[in-house]
Write a protein that binds this ligand. Structure first.
Ligand SMILES: Nc1nc2c(ncn2[C@@H]2O[C@H](COP(=O)(O)OP(=O)(O)OP(=O)(O)O)[C@@H](O)[C@H]2O)c(=O)[nH]1
Length: 389
């Protein structure tokens, strides 16, 4: 790569800035993924052109047709022969910085972070075929990363744009050699899903597509959009990987599962164990845990995530693979814990100072959701026994 070490110049384009804490804080990073042609660039254009008052750095793999967005408000600041350069930076009038890079987004982000303090949020748009899981893992709980970029950046959330016209068909047909195609991995690995282009389909189609999405990922929040029209607060600053802010009305976990409003919502949802092309989700109600149950739960998760087998069984030939897990549960002692996991990485974090149900508004009964492959009845029963032993 030529000019690999050249640091992009960030010009103050006059965009309004938000108040920043006196305390040093890390910059949130949002990953945008989505099906080919679903509307990712449309969403990015919206972020880049809206007068939201934030200085947002958007990183794209390729500019493609995005280079002509709001042409009048964009100044191309790259120097030299752009055809020879593998990266390019654009300054926008609203304070956004647009960065295109052909290879790893990490290199671009490292350069951006040398301009620390110059922006409030980073948006990373992946290509239509990208699986967001490995990218999310890079930014979350990666020890090497934590000692480097992790000091400056934290993963805020993964947003997936789904095509309301072709999305359902794509999900149903998406079946590659290992049984989980990219579109399913994208849905499984996302915290927020924009069901875009709803202007082109009827209400029944929308409902059916949403149903398929919920079957794959019951933990994600779904918004129906036209031209990726979404209030940015619904996709940025969502703290999907945080154990903080739980009592501040911005619950990070989106643990409201489909069907929560129903009277049976405090029951395990065995029958709602879905299977689409090898990918399944399992959500389980978690009663307040004693110390032994807590320890057993931790061991259970470790075994399932790291050894791809159910504790007590030696057979790991069942293709057990966890792509994402989330949970919120209480101990009998009144403490609240959050579980977050991306692939084999996970953490269980105590929610500091928020043990009282009254203060959090959270139910005494917790929930844990796993999304992945091979989550059969056997796995559900095993976890159920651990939690109620
Ligand atoms: N009717 C309609 N068209 C839309 C909507 N959103 C996006 N489009 C159009 O769909 C086409 C694809 O949108 P893009 O934003 O380029 O999609 P993308 O996901 O970035 O595409 P790739 O990068 O190729 O994967 C464009 O022509 C958009 O104008 C929508 O809500 N309704």
């Amino acid at each position: 790569m030529e000019d690999d070490e050249e640091i992009p110049q960030l010009v103050d384009a006059g965009g309004a800035n938000i108040a920043r804490d006196a305390q040093p804080t890390t910059v949130p990073l949002t990953i945008i993924c989505g099906f080919l042609g679903a509307g990712k660039s449309t969403l990015v254009k919206r972020i880049l052109s809206e007068r939201h008052g934030y200085k947002i750095a958007v990183i794209m793999n390729e500019f493609g047709d995005t280079a002509d967005i709001e042409a009048k408000t964009i100044n191309v600041t790259s120097t030299g022969d752009t055809a020879q350069q593998s990266e390019e930076f654009l300054e926008l009038a609203n304070g956004c910085l647009c960065c295109s890079i052909k290879d790893s987004g990490i290199a671009a982000i490292e350069k951006l972070m040398q301009r620390k303090g110059a922006f409030d949020h980073i948006v990373l748009e992946t290509t239509g075929l990208a699986d967001p899981g490995p990218i999310a893992s890079l930014f979350w709980q990666n020890e090497e990363y934590a000692m480097g970029l992790g000091e400056d950046i934290h993963l805020d959330g993964v947003v997936c744009v789904v095509d309301a016209v072709f999305g359902r068909q794509q999900m149903e047909e998406d079946h590659i050699d290992d049984g989980i195609g990219e579109s399913l991995r994208q849905i499984a690995g996302s915290d927020v899903i924009l069901l875009n282009k709803v202007d082109l389909v009827g209400a029944t189609d929308i409902e059916e597509t949403e149903e398929v999405i919920r079957k794959i990922n019951p933990a994600a929040t779904i918004y129906q959009t036209v031209q990726a029209g979404i209030d940015l607060k619904n996709i940025m600053g969502i703290n999907a990987y945080s154990s903080r802010l739980i009592s501040q009305g911005s619950a990070p976990l989106h643990l409201h599962m489909h069907g929560d409003d129903h009277s049976h919502s405090h029951e395990d949802r065995g029958p709602t164990h879905y299977e689409i092309r090898g990918i399944t989700s399992m959500q389980i109600v978690c009663p307040p845990l004693g110390p032994l149950q807590f320890e057993n739960l931790d061991e259970w998760i470790r075994t399932v995530l790291w050894e791809s087998r159910v504790p007590g069984e030696n057979d790991n030939s069942s293709e057990l693979e966890i792509l994402r897990c989330k949970g919120l549960f209480a101990t009998k002692g009144g403490d609240l814990y959050v579980l977050q996991g991306v692939r084999s990485l996970y953490e269980i974090v105590k929610v500091e100072g928020e043990g009282e149900e009254e203060s959090t508004g959270l139910p005494g009964v917790g929930k844990i959701v796993f999304i992945g492959k091979g989550l059969g009845e056997r796995v559900r029963r095993s976890l159920h026994e651990i939690l109620r032993s």
